[in-house]
Design a protein around this ligand. Structure first.
Ligand code: HEC
Length: 124
């Protein structure tokens, strides 16, 4: 009995702790099994926050760079696109969405790939 009470109290605390993350990332709040089951995708969202990607990108609105949902719609789910996008995220560049340049981002290849996988998952 005591066990049940403390277990549900813990669940409530975890729920409260997750609210800010779910508010900033509505895609994480959806019950898509891919998002829930894969630590890699959640890690992608964390790396995006740590590296100020949201200074230039949002999920659904144009900012300095294209919204991530538009990027996902453009490239689809082809796994080959992960390495192409990862290289672009790491090295920066311009000309795909307009003439504004994305500067290079100081992240590892593994981090860039986690970001690319997460961004492509937003199109589902
Ligand atoms: C200073 C602004 C800025 C920052 C910071 C920035 N981006 Fe970009 N991003 C852009 C611009 C501008 C483009 C459009 C480039 C183009 O047209 O080729 C872009 C394009 C992209 C694309 C689409 C690439 C393509 O070829 O279609 C992805 C994916 C992306 N950014 C992810 C990221 C991630 C992840 C981060 C953080 C690590 C990040 N960006 C940080 C400005 C930025």
């Amino acid at each position: 009995m005591n066990f049940n009470v403390s277990l549900s109290a813990r669940h409530i605390l975890i729920g409260i702790a997750l609210i800010p993350a779910l508010v900033s990332f509505p895609a994480l709040a959806s019950p898509s099994p891919q998002v829930c089951d894969s630590h890699g995708l959640v890690r992608g969202a964390e790396i995006a926050m740590e590296n100020l990607c949201f200074g230039c990108h949002t999920l659904s609105r144009e900012r300095i760079g294209p919204p991530y949902q538009k990027v996902a719609a453009r490239y689809g789910q082809d796994p080959k696109e992960v390495s192409v996008l990862a290289a672009k995220i790491k090295n920066g560049g311009s000309g795909v969405w307009g003439s504004v340049v994305m500067p290079p981002n100081p992240i590892s290849t593994a981090e860039a790939e986690a970001l690319a996988r997460w961004i492509l998952s937003l199109g589902q």
